[in-house]
Design a protein around this ligand. Structure first.
Ligand SMILES: Cc1ncc(COP(=O)(O)O)c(C=O)c1O
Length: 338
C-alpha cells in the first residue's frame, strides 16, 4: 500500500538492522524467536527512536521558517540529545528546557547536548511541572524580541507530526519481517509481535497508526510503560491519534483505539531502575553484546522476558523488540553497575 508522507529530512541511517537474539531466545525457553530492531543504531549522535520523529518535525520547522527549535525533557533526555544533534546538522539553533538540576561534570546525554551546541536551561522538577507554560512562553518571547522564529515540540516529540516517524518505521519493519518469513519456513504464516518501551507514547502511537494505515492484521503491538500507568498512555495515544486525524484528515477513529500496554514494571518511578532491571542489562550485554539503558529499554526488556516466561505470547511467533536507544544514559548510572 502507498502512503503519502509529509515532507521529511533525511537524518537517520535507515533501515536499521533487524537482528536475531539467539542466546536470549534460548534463555527464555525457546518459546518465541526474539529479534532486536536496532533503532539504537539509527545514526545522528548515535541516536535511537527520536531521530525518526525528528526527520518529520525538523522538516516542518524548516518549512515554517524556524530559526530556533525549542523542546524539553529530563536532564538525561535522549530526545533532547537527539534534537540537539539534528539541529546542529541542519543549521537550526536548539534551546532545551531541562527538568532537574544542572550537575558537574556534565555526563551522558547532558555532556553531548552541550557539545552539540544547544542552549541549556535547567528547572527544578516542581517549577518545571507547575510553570511549564510560562517558561515556554518566556522562551518564545525571548527569541521573538530578537526577530528569531521558534518552532516548538513537547517532550519526546510526541505529536502528530512526530508520529510519522514510527509509521515509517512500521512500514520498514513489515518489509523486513516479510523478507524474513520468506527465508525462514518456521516463521511462515505466523503472526508476529512488536514490543517497545513507552515513555511519552509517540512511538507507540506511530506504530499503531502504521498498523491501521497499512492494514496489517498479522501483527500485535505491545508497549511496556516506564512511567505513569497503562490508562494514562491509552489516553495519550488516543490524543496523538486524534491530533493526527485532524491535521492529516486521516480516516481513523482515535476513540476506538485500545493500545495494549503492559503495566507493572515501572518500579518506584520514572528513571529509577531496580535490581532486576540492572541484572537484565548485564545479562543482555553479556549474551548479545548489546547495551540496554536503565530508564527505557532495560525496564521494558525485563518486562518482556517476564511476560515470555508467563506465556503471554503465542508460542513459536516471533517477537520484535525495538531497541529504542538510550545508550548514553548508562554512563549517568555508573554507580549502579559497580
Ligand atoms: C531510549 C528511549 N526508549 C523509549 C522511549 C519512549 O518513546 P516514546 O516517548 O515515543 O514513548 C524514549 C523516550 O521517551 C527513549 O528515550
Amino acid at each position: 500500500m502507498q502512503i503519502t508522507y509529509p515532507p521529511k529530512l533525511s537524518l537517520a541511517r535507515l533501515p536499521t538492522p533487524l537482528e536475531f537474539a539467539g542466546r536470549i531466545t534460548k534463555q527464555t525457553g525457546d518459546k518465541n524467536p526474539l529479534y532486536l530492531k536496532r533503532d539504537d543504531l539509527s545514526g545522528m549522535g548515535v541516536s535511537g527512536n527520536k531521530i525518526r520523529k525528528l526527520e518529520f518535525l525538523l522538516a516542518e520547522a524548516k518549512q515554517e521558517g524556524a530559526d530556533v527549535v525549542i523542546t524539553a525533557g529530563g536532564v538525561q533526555s535522549n530526545h533532547c540529545r537527539a534534537t540537539a544533534a539534528a539541529c546542529a546538522k541542519v543549521g537550526l539553533r536548539c534551546h532545551l528546557l531541562l527538568r532537574g538540576e544542572a550537575y558537574f561534570p556534565y555526563d551522558g546525554n547532558l555532556l553531548l547536548d552541550r557539545l552539540f551546541g544547544a542552549e541549556l536551561r535547567f528547572y527544578p522538577a516542581d517549577e518545571f511541572k507547575n510553570n511549564y507554560q510560562e517558561i515556554l512562553e518566556e522562551t518564545r518571547a525571548f527569541y521573538k524580541k530578537r526577530n528569531l522564529n521558534t518552532y516548538y515540540f513537547p517532550i519526546g516529540g510526541s505529536v502528530a507530526t512526530g508520529a510519522w516517524g514510527y509509521i515509517k518505521a512500521f512500514e520498514e519493519l513489515c518489509e523486513q519481517v516479510d523478507t524474513l518469513r520468506q527465508k525462514e519456513s518456521r516463521l511462515k504464516d505466523k503472526r508476529w509481535y512488536i514490543v517497545s518501551a513507552v515513555g511519552s507514547g509517540g512511538s507507540m502511537a506511530g506504530l499503531i497508526l502504521g498498523k491501521i494505515l497499512f492494514q496489517r492484521e498479522d501483527v500485535e503491538i505491545i508497549g511496556f510503560n516506564v512511567c505513569d500507568d497503562a490508562e494514562y498512555f491509552v489516553r495519550e495515544i488516543r490524543k496523538i491519534a486524534s491530533e493526527f486525524k485532524d491535521k492529516y484528515n486521516a480516516e481513523i477513529s482515535p476513540e476506538t483505539l485500545s493500545p495494549k500496554i503492559i503495566d507493572g514494571y515501572v518500579g518506584e518511578g520514572y528513571a529509577i531502575p531496580y535490581p532486576e532491571v540492572l541484572e537484565t542489562i548485564r545479562v543482555v550485554a553479556r549474551s548479545e553484546g548489546i547495551i540496554l539503558d536503565p530508564v527505557y529499554t532495560g525496564k521494558a526488556f525485563y518486562g518482556l522476558v517476564e511476560q515470555i516466561k508467563k506465556g503471554t505470547f503465542e508460542q513459536g511467533c516471533p517477537i520484535i523488540f525495538i531497541h529504542t536507544g538510550g545508550t548514553f544514559s548508562i554512563f549517568a548510572y555508573r554507580e549502579r553497575f559497580k
